[in-house]
Design a protein around this ligand. Sequence first.
Ligand code: TMP
Ligand code: ASP
Length: 237
Amino acid sequence: MEKRSELYAGKAKSVYYTDDPDYLILQFRNDTSAFDGEKVEQLERKGMVNNKFNAFIMQTLEQAGIPTHFERLLGDDESLVKHMEMIPVECVVRNVAAGSLVRRLGVEDGMSLNPPTFEFFLKNDALHDPMINESHILTFGWASEEEIAQMKQLTLRVNEVLKRLFDEAGMLLVDYKLEFGRFHGQVILGDEFSPDGCRLWDKQTRDKLDKDRFRQGLGGVVEAYEEVARRLGVVLD
Ligand code: TMP
Ligand code: ASP
C-alpha cells in the first residue's frame, strides 16, 4: 500500500490517502492535547503505544463481531484503515461518574452508574464538543434514525466486551468515547480506542491510567499507558 498526500491532520493523528481509494493510513503522533487543543505537548513514545494499543483493541472488537475500520498495523506509529465517511458525532458511555458528568450534574465522582449512561456530543472543537441529542442529529442531518440506533447499539456492545477485558486485567473502564463512520453503506467503528479517549482506573487503588494524568498534570502519562498495555499483554517492542 503506497502512502500518498495528507488528507487531514487532527490533534493527535494524521490521515493520509493511499493508492487505493477505499483505504487510508492513520499516523499516531506523539502530540497530546486536552481541553479542545488548549493544552498540547509532545509525549515521547505515545504515538507508538497508542497505535499498537488501538490495533489490539480493534482486533478484539472485530473478533467479538463489531465492525471496525481497522485493517492492519503498518509500522510503529501507522495503521491501515478503511476510508469511511465520518459521522461528526461522539458516543460516550459511562460506567462510573467522572469528568464532565460530575461537573454537569453534580453527582459524586466515582459513583457506579447502573445502567451505564449514553451521551452524544457534537465533534466540534470551536464549540467545545457540546452535548447533543437524537433530535439535533436528525434535524441537522448528521445521521439517520437507523444510523443513530446502530451507533448506540454498537457502543453498548463495545462496553460489554471491553468492561470484561479491562476487569480481567485489574482495571475499571470508567468511560470512553467512540466515533463511527459509513463504509459502503454500513456503520462501522472508526477513530481509535486508546487511553487518550477513555478513563481507566486501577481496580484496587483507583489510580488513573489514562489521559486524565495529562489533563490534571499528574505526570507519568505514557508510563501509565504502557502499564495498561502490559496488563493486557499488548506487545509494544
Ligand atoms: P467527559 O467526561 O469530558 O465528557 O469525557 C468522557 C469520556 O470521553 C472521557 O473518557 C474522555 C472521552 N472524550 C474524548 O476523548 N474526547 C471528547 O471530545 C469527549 C467529549 C470525550
Ligand atoms: N481530546 C480533546 C482535546 O484534545 C478533549 C480532551 O481530551 O480533553 O482537546
